[in-house]
Design a protein. Structure first.
Length: 192
């Protein structure tokens, strides 16, 4: 058959049948996934970058010292002075690697009265997201998620290669930042 000749009737009919099968099985509207950050997100300051899956406990302790065990066993908490206010930096390690980091102003009455130290301001980068900033200033890849009630009226989340990040707040102000390793892509040793 030359390039100028039309395909035969049987071939055209087969293509039509396959196309109709595809159209019937295709969902009416495919769900759209929320946008994701293109690069890994870390909790960063000029002296120490905290990246899930790569920051080590040794590097953290070299910069910040030994932590207080709070809110439960396995969590390592430091008290920092950020913008004149006390904040907690709470880290969780799996083995020697960081698997979660949270930065927040303690609100619970039973929060330990740890002495806050000046360690510089921590923020999520990329995006320069800090405690106290307006939630409306979050990058477009942060998506609101439903809140079941609790401590934060507004929760925004995003995924990034190797993890996920959250910005939580009330009254339009960011009060908690968090990064977590992605359990579906993390090496098994990091999840043990």
């Amino acid at each position: 058959m030359s390039e100028r000749e039309p395909p035969d009737f049987a071939m055209r009919r087969a293509v039509e049948v396959l196309a109709s099968i595809y159209e019937r099985k295709r969902p009416a509207h495919a769900p759209t996934l929320p946008p994701r950050a293109d690069a890994p997100i870390s909790l960063f300051n000029e002296r120490l970058a905290l990246a899930v899956g790569s920051s080590t406990r040794r590097d953290v302790e070299r910069e910040l010292g030994i932590a207080y065990r709070y809110p439960s066993a396995g969590w390592h908490t430091y008290s920092l002075r950020i913008g004149g206010e006390r904040a907690f930096l709470t880290l969780f390690f799996s083995g020697t690697l960081l698997s979660a980091a949270e930065l927040y102003r303690p609100r619970a009455a039973q929060a330990p009265p740890l002495e806050a130290r000046d360690c510089g301001s921590y923020r999520l980068v990329p995006g320069e997201i800090e405690l106290g900033m307006q939630i409306l200033a979050l990058p477009e890849y942060f998506t609101p998620i439903p809140t079941p009630g609790g401590s934060y009226a507004q929760i925004f989340a995003t995924g990034f290669p190797g993890g996920s990040a959250l910005a939580m707040g009330n009254d339009g102000t960011v009060e908690r930042l968090a990064i977590y390793v992605d359990a579906s892509t993390a090496p098994k040793a990091l999840l043990d």
